[in-house]
Write a protein that binds this ligand. Structure first.
Ligand code: UD1
Length: 363
């Protein structure tokens, strides 16, 4: 079996790492599997890419397509042009895409147009919000893919509702949680822990990067004001995504409690998540990680493609009106945040299930 694995942006690296480990494990058990790792170059800063490869022991990509910044269309087009050349030069049995970033969609289109089968890991989740580029990426990818690996039964239902046959849907759990569980004992205290004199459960951790939240600077400013006003003087750690950094620098915000830092590595970031009093975010993946670590999380979005983090986990969708922040923090400080449980099959073995299934299909 010959596979081409696609990874382009930060969350992809976290999801592809356990798949590579599972392939290597199957190979050492005598299965004949070859793979080629393609980095599209969507994320290119070393703090957004290289650090993740190093920490998670992901092998050097066989090729980096070097498709960095640009508008949605520019990025999609650049990845498609470069990946078409790559796939013609290196044909494969199956292209494996993960998640919902632009690289996921662009490579799926190219593969199908070259009559190559596609497997989508984290298939079937939906926010039903077409203003998010990720939702379009998910929908297009799931229209084209041949095999669907899902994190929840709900995702499988969504796929069935769009006509996907049951025998192509495999409920395997969550590869992002494979990475979390296998690295939890390696989490690394970042230098800022001492620098900011942090104490367990006595700080908030915040990440914001969605265009709807950060591209209009006033919105970002209101969020920050509301949080700082209602956080009882605790420090708020804000590792800042390159998209947000550009806008933030123009806002001229300087508050002693707001601790800005560049994007942290995987092991350092999750060290902070595990010990935070709460996490404020607009990321989807982080709501899964806080759920598994039992950390209160509030999401500054009006919808989520990961409802299990709310129904089962520790996440609450508080919306995008900054006035929702005060009551959420009051609830947190009153000790009334829900405890949450861990969704089914988020057990660290999802990538083994995926590779096992692929072996059954292709051998
Ligand atoms: C992308 C994904 C999003 C994911 C996020 C995690 C899409 C549509 N979105 O969003 O789902 O949650 O990654 O980080 O694929 N930039 C840099 N350096 C980098 C990467 C990006 O400066 O290493 C800049 C880009 O030039 C661009 C901005 O950051 O101006 C946004 O990058 P882009 O890859 O378009 O999307 P993200 O917001 O990172």
């Amino acid at each position: 079996m010959k596979l081409t694995l696609i990874a382009g942006a930060r969350p992809n690296f976290i999801k592809i790492a356990p798949v590579i480990n599972a392939i290597n494990h199957a190979k050492s058990g005598g299965h004949k599997i070859q793979y080629r790792l393609v980095h599209t170059g969507q994320h290119y800063d070393s703090t957004m890419s290289e650090t993740f490869f190093k920490e998670l022991n992901i092998p050097e990509p066989d090729i980096n397509l070097g498709c960095g910044s640009g508008t949605q269309a520019e990025q999609t087009a650049a990845i498609m042009i470069a990946f078409e050349k790559e796939l013609i030069a290196n044909p494969t049995d199956l292209v494996v895409v993960v998640g919902d970033v632009t690289s996921t969609m662009a490579c799926s289109i190219v593969a199908k147009k070259l009559n190559t089968k596609v497997a989508h890991i984290e298939a079937g989740i939906r926010s039903y919000d077409l203003t998010m580029p990720e939702e379009i990426n998910r929908m297009v990818t799931d229209c084209l893919a041949d095999y669907f690996f899902t994190t929840t039964k709900w995702a499988g239902k969504n796929l069935k509702a769009m006509g996907v046959n049951d025998n192509r849907i495999f409920f395997v759990g969550n590869v992002m949680i494979d990475t979390l569980l296998s690295n939890q004992n390696r989490f690394k205290k970042p230098a800022l822990w001492e620098e900011f004199n942090l104490k367990e459960k006595s700080y908030l951790l915040m990440t914001l990067h969605r265009p709807a939240n950060v591209d209009a600077g006033n919105k970002l400013k209101s969020y920050i004001n509301e949080i700082l006003t209602n956080v009882h003087g605790l420090p708020v750690i804000f590792p800042i995504h390159p998209r947000t950094a550009k806008i933030f620098s123009e806002l001229g915000i300087s508050e002693p409690n707001l601790k800005i830092t560049s994007p942290l590595s995987y092991l350092e970031f999750n060290y902070l998540v595990e010990r935070a009093k709460a996490v404020v975010t607009d990321s989807g993946g982080i709501t899964e990680e806080t759920t598994v670590m039992g950390v209160p999380c509030f999401t500054l979005r009006d919808n989520t493609e990961r409802p299990e983090t709310i129904e089962i986990g520790t996440n609450e969708l508080i919306g995008t009106n900054p006035s929702a922040i005060k009551p959420a923090l009051e609830k947190l400080f009153a000790g009334q945040w829900k405890r949450g449980n861990i969704p089914e099959l988020w057990d660290g073995k999802s990538a083994d299930r995926i590779v096992g299934q692929l072996i059954e299909i292709f051998n």
